[in-house]
Design a protein around this ligand. Structure first.
Ligand SMILES: Nc1ncnc2c1ncn2[C@@H]1O[C@H](COP(=O)(O)OP(=O)(O)OP(=O)(O)O)[C@@H](O)[C@H]1O
Length: 480
C-alpha cells in the first residue's frame, strides 16, 4: 500500500429537502443516464423567468453522481456518501465532506442531523459510530482517534470544544489562527485536539461543540447557522512493533448559508454576518474557479480562513465530496440553480490523495538499537572478538537461569549454550565451580544461593536477590 495515490475529481451529490407546509413546489425532475450518473432538471416557472434569468432558457439540467430526493432517509445518505469516505480515512487517506446550499436547505440536517428523532442523526454521528465499530473489529493495528471542532464566524476562527466557550463572550475567547510551515502545511493555533477513545466520548464532544455554535434568528430561517463549522476526526494507526504510523483527517463541513443578502431582508449585525458569509463563499468560489481552470498556477487560498483550512480538500491531498442541498420550492428556484451551477464547477476539481505514512523516530530508534545489539552479538560470535565491557545485571540473571536449567536437567546429553562470548563462558565456569564445591565438598550441604553468588564474586547481584528468588534460581539441595 505504501506510496499509493488516488487521483479523483471531487464527487458531487444533490439532496432535495422536503417541502414545508405552505411551500409551493417548484418543477423539477430527476433522470439517470447510461453511465448511471444522475441528472437534475429544473424548470423555471414562466412568471419568474423574466425576474432573474437574463437569457430565455426555461429549463436547466445538472449532472450529479447521485440525487437524493425528498424521501431519502439519513441512513441512505450515510451509506452512499459518508461510508466510502470513512473507509478511506481508516485506510490512511484524508477525506472531506462538505454541504453547500442556501439557508434552510438542509446542510445542518444532513451533516449533523435533526435533534428530534434518533433516526434523524446525520453524517457526523453516523460516521463516528461506523469508525469506532471498525476500529473495534480490527485488532491488527493500534488506533488513536482525536476530534476537533472549528467554527469560522465573521472570518475569525473559534474552538467549539474549548470548555470556556459556554461561559465566555465570543470576543474573549482565544482566536484560532492559521500558521504555515516552510512546507506550506497549515497548522491551527488554539484549536484543541481532544482524544476520543470510543463513540460515546466522541459524541459528547460533538454535542458540546454543537451547543456552542452561533445561532441567530433570521426572517428566512428560525435557527440558522451563521458560521462555517468544520468537525474533524483525526485517526492514526500503527501495527504493533512497527515504527510506521498512518495519519488521516476526515473533515465534515457545514458551510454557512449561501443566499443573496438582498433577499433575506436583514440589517445590522446580521447584515455584517451575511457580508462575511457571502465574502467567504465568494472566495471559496474564486478558489474553485481557479482550480477548475487549466494552467492556473496561483490559487487564492489565502483570501479567507475557510479556504486556507480546506486547502488540502480542494485540489490537494484529499478525497472530497460535496453535497449540494436544495430547497426546491418555487421561491427558491434561483438559489437552487446557483447552488447547482456551483456544484458543476466543483466537479471539475481534481484531487490527489496520498497514503499518509510517516516514521516515528522514537520507535525507529528502539528498533534500530535492537538490531544493532543482535548484529553485535552475531559479529562477536563470528570473529571471536573479545568483549570487554561488564555483563549487565539483566544478562547475568538470564545467564544464571540458563545454567540452573542446565544443572537441573537430569538428561546427561543436555548441553549448556551461552554463545561465543568469553565473558559469559567464564561466568559459567565460575558459577559451576562454586556450585560444585558447595554441593559436593561441603559436609553441611550446599550453601544457599546468596552465598554462591557472593562466592562467584557477583556482588552486584545481591541487590537483585529477591528478583532472583522469585524467578526460582537455584533453591536448595533437594533438587540436586
Ligand atoms: N431532508 C430533510 N428531511 C426533513 N427535514 C429536513 C430535511 N432537511 C432539512 N430539514 C429541516 O429543515 C430545517 C432547515 O434545515 P437546516 O437547518 O439543516 O438548514 P441549513 O441549510 O443548515 O440552514 P442554515 O444555512 O441557515 O444553517 C430544519 O428544521 C431541518 O430539520
Amino acid at each position: 500500500m505504501s506510496g499509493e495515490m488516488v487521483k479523483q475529481t471531487i464527487q458531487i451529490y444533490a439532496r432535495v429537502k422536503p417541502l414545508a407546509r405552505r411551500q409551493q413546489a417548484g418543477i423539477y425532475s430527476v433522470g439517470e443516464d447510461e453511465k448511471s450518473a444522475s441528472s437534475l432538471e429544473i424548470i423555471v416557472p414562466r412568471d419568474l423567468a423574466d425576474g432573474f434569468v437574463n437569457n430565455k432558457r426555461e429549463s436547466y439540467k445538472f449532472k450529479f453522481q447521485k440525487i437524493f430526493d425528498q424521501e431519502t432517509k439519513q441512513d441512505a445518505v450515510f451509506e452512499s456518501i459518508a461510508k466510502p469516505v470513512a473507509e478511506c480515512a481508516l485506510a490512511g487517506y484524508n477525506g472531506t465532506i462538505f454541504a453547500y446550499g442556501q439557508t434552510g436547505s438542509g446542510k445542518t440536517f444532513t451533516i449533523t442531523g435533526g435533534a428530534e428523532r434518533y433516526s434523524d442523526r446525520g453524517i457526523i454521528p453516523r460516521t463516528l459510530s461506523y469508525i469506532f465499530q471498525q476500529l473495534e473489529k480490527d485488532s491488527s493495528k493500534v488506533y488513536t482517534t482525536h476530534v476537533s471542532y472549528l467554527e469560522i464566524y465573521n472570518e475569525c476562527g473559534y474552538d467549539l470544544l474549548n470548555p470556556r466557550h459556554e461561559a465566555s463572550r465570543l470576543e474573549d475567547l482565544p482566536k484560532v489562527t492559521i500558521m504555515e510551515d516552510p512546507d506550506q502545511n497549515i497548522h491551527l493555533k488554539n484549536l484543541s485536539l481532544q482524544q476520543a477513545t470510543n463513540e460515546e466520548e466522541a459524541l459528547n464532544l460533538l454535542f458540546l461543540g454543537d451547543t456552542n455554535r452561533m445561532i441567530a434568528e433570521t426572517p428566512m430561517n428560525q435557527a440558522s447557522t451563521r458560521s462555517h463549522c468544520i468537525f474533524t476526526i483525526h485517526i492514526s494507526s500503527k501495527e504493533p512493533g512497527s515504527a510506521t504510523i498512518r495519519r488521516s483527517k476526515l473533515h465534515l463541513v457545514d458551510l454557512a448559508g449561501s443566499e443573496r443578502v438582498a433577499k433575506t431582508g436583514v440589517g445590522g449585525q446580521l447584515l455584517t454576518e451575511a457580508k462575511y458569509i457571502n465574502l467567504s463563499l465568494h472566495y471559496l468560489e474564486q478558489v474553485i474557479i481557479a482550480l477548475a481552470e487549466k494552467h492556473r498556477s496561483h490559487i487564492p487560498y489565502r483570501n479567507s480562513m475557510m479556504t486556507s483550512v480546506l486547502r488540502d480538500s480542494l485540489g490537494g491531498n484529499c478525497m472530497t465530496t460535496m453535497i449540494a442541498t436544495l430547497s426546491l420550492d418555487k421561491r427558491n428556484i434561483d438559489e437552487s440553480i446557483s447552488t447547482c451551477r456551483f456544484a458543476q464547477r466543483v466537479a471539475l476539481i481534481k484531487n490527489e490523495a496520498v497514503l499518509n505514512e510517516e516514521i516515528d523516530p522514537r520507535l525507529m530508534i528502539i528498533q534500530l538499537k535492537k538490531v544493532i545489539q543482535e548484529l553485535k552479538d552475531e559479529l562477536a560470535m563470528v570473529t571471536g572478538e573479545q568483549r570487554t565491557e561488564e555483563l549487565t545485571q539483566e544478562e547475568l540473571l538470564q545467564l544464571n537461569e540458563i545454567i540452573k536449567t542446565f544443572l537441573e536437567d537430569p538428561d546427561p546429553e543436555s548441553t549448556l549454550d551461552v554463545g561465543a562470548d568469553m565473558r559469559k563462558i567464564k561466568h559459567c565456569f565460575n558459577y559451576i565451580k562454586v556450585y560444585s564445591v558447595h554441593v559436593q565438598g561441603s559436609a553441611e550441604g550446599p550453601k544457599n544461593e546468596q552465598e554462591i553468588l557472593e562466592d562467584t564474586g557477583e556482588r552486584e547481584l545481591k541487590s537483585n536477590h529477591e528478583a532472583v528468588e522469585k524467578k526460582g534460581v537455584y533453591t536448595g539441595p533437594q533438587q540436586v
